[in-house]
Write a protein that binds this ligand. Structure first.
Ligand code: 0X9
Ligand code: ZN
Length: 430
């Protein structure tokens, strides 16, 4: 997404990382560059441009036809760079050759989840939360001791892949489910966690987008909604129903934008499925995985005002960052999302916190920048990235167990919710 980070990357590296598929989706395939001096941050925001990277003073942009038009109208000189990004060739690493390598695709998630349930019938149960636009299932796995029973226990949710091109974000929650099941009964800490909580894992919120990213266009971000104006996709992390469309900076009303918020809150079935799961449970906390950056973000995203729970959020984020750093030495920064990253509206964590008081975190896993690979994690990095995130996941569950209030003494989630904000900046068309 919008990530402007100075980079010394050589163009060769750029060619290696882009799986460009000319002809398959010409509306999405143009790459162009603009001199950095001609492109100010406000312009980027205003024009809603999807920045790819910065190389030697030039900013590379993934441009749909409408973006090209906007850049032309704004009078910004640009250079077409499409030729620099050839179709993936035989000598490219396997991962970049239209194959997902060790990364899960939809069918891998399905098969592995079913196998895990069969192997661990007392601790793992697979649920179908709903279906995507193209009819794929949105899978969830519940991991808990005596998993068939519903007990009043702390509940924590881990999700991945709202954004199609962020393949690593499937792996972290998926591998967590696998780790819990593989270590239940032998590792006392894991056994205790599984015995005293309900852990829910939804590793692939956007299966249509992921399949499209694997097979057609590696940089695809949104779902596969036909917007019926020649453009495709809604950014499902702008479609949640709290402060939806609060302004046109944190999301876009324009269908061909990469941060298009959709026609209405919760218009997209993929996140209706997530909403319905969350509404039917009593989650204390959640982590939604994204890439790339190394940060831990919490509400609000729609405004730089802090939540009344800022201190609690900060303590938990610091605890997670510290544990992550202890594994491989990587520093994850943390803070309120709108301060730390950029404003977003209609994202999962704002909705989960704003309507149900859930302590919702977005973790953007490595790499830290495009120089280190951007959305293209090496297969060899899957395990290290999962393993460094593992103690943050178990820490968060441990904190939820420690502060759990059983149903009898609990304030209903409904009572914790905060009235959605007015939308002073919303533009009315017509
Ligand atoms: O923009 C997003 O949806 C996330 N970043 S990404 O580059 N993976 O697309 C960040 C969402 C963070 N949440 C808020 N800012 N509320
Ligand atoms: Zn993302």
């Amino acid at each position: 997404m919008i990530k402007i980070i100075p980079v010394l990357l050589l163009l060769l590296g750029l060619a290696l990382t882009v799986n460009f598929a000319p002809g398959q989706d010409p509306g999405l395939a143009t790459i162009l560059s603009v001199a950095k001096s001609d492109l100010r941050l406000e312009t980027v925001r205003l024009l809603d441009l999807d920045l790819l990277m910065e190389v030697q003073g030039r900013v590379y942009i993934v441009a749909a036809p409408a973006d090209l038009q906007k850049i032309r109208s704004a009078g910004i000189p640009f250079r077409l760079e499409t030729d620099l990004l050839p179709p993936s060739a035989g000598n490219f690493p396997r991962l970049q050759g239209n194959l997902n390598g060790d990364f899960h695709d939809y069918y891998d998630v399905e098969a592995d989840f079913n196998a895990m349930e069969t192997a661990h019938p007392n601790q793992a149960k697979v649920f179908v939360l709903g279906d995507s636009l193209e009819g794929r299932h949105i899978y969830a796995m519940k991991v808990s001791a005596n998993v068939q029973l519903d007990v009043d226990e702390p509940q924590v949710l881990f999700l991945g892949c709202h954004h199609a091109r962020e393949w690593i974000s499937v792996e972290v929650p998926f591998l967590f489910a696998k780790y819990l099941l593989d270590h239940y009964g032998s590792d006392p800490d894991i056994t205790r966690l599984v015995n005293s909580s309900e852990i829910w894992i939804v590793p692939l919120v956007n299966p249509d987008g992921l399949e499209y990213s694997i097979h057609t266009y590696r940089y695809w971000r949104k779902n596969r909604r036909d917007n019926e104006d020649g453009s495709w996709g809604v950014d499902i992390n702008r479609n949640y129903g709290y402060a939806w469309g609060f302004d046109d900076i944190g999301s876009s009303p324009t269908p061909d934008s990469d941060v298009y918020r959709g026609r209405a809150p919760f218009s997209e079935p993929e996140i209706q499925a997530v909403r319905d799961l969350i509404s039917s449970k009593n989650f204390q906390a959640l982590i939604t995985y994204h890439s790339y950056a190394q940060d831990i973000l919490y509400p609000w995203g729609y405004t730089t005002t802090h939540t009344p729970d800022d201190a609690r959020f900060r303590t938990l984020a610091a605890g997670m960052a510290q544990r992550i750093q202890a594994v491989n030495g990587r520093v994850y920064t943390y803070g309120a999302a709108a301060d730390t990253l950029y404003v977003t509206n209609g994202d999962l964590t704002d909705w989960a916190y704003g309507t149900r008081g859930i302590l919702g975190f977005t973790i953007e896993v490595p790499p830290i920048d495009v120089q280190n690979g951007g959305f293209f994690n090496a297969e060899a990095d899957i395990q290290p990235i999962f393993l460094e995130n593992l103690p943050a996941m178990t820490y968060l569950i441990g904190q939820c167990i420690a502060s759990f209030v059983p149903a009898a003494g609990r304030v209903n989630g409904q009572d914790r919710r905060q009235a959605p904000p007015a939308r002073p900046n919303i533009r009315v068309k017509g």
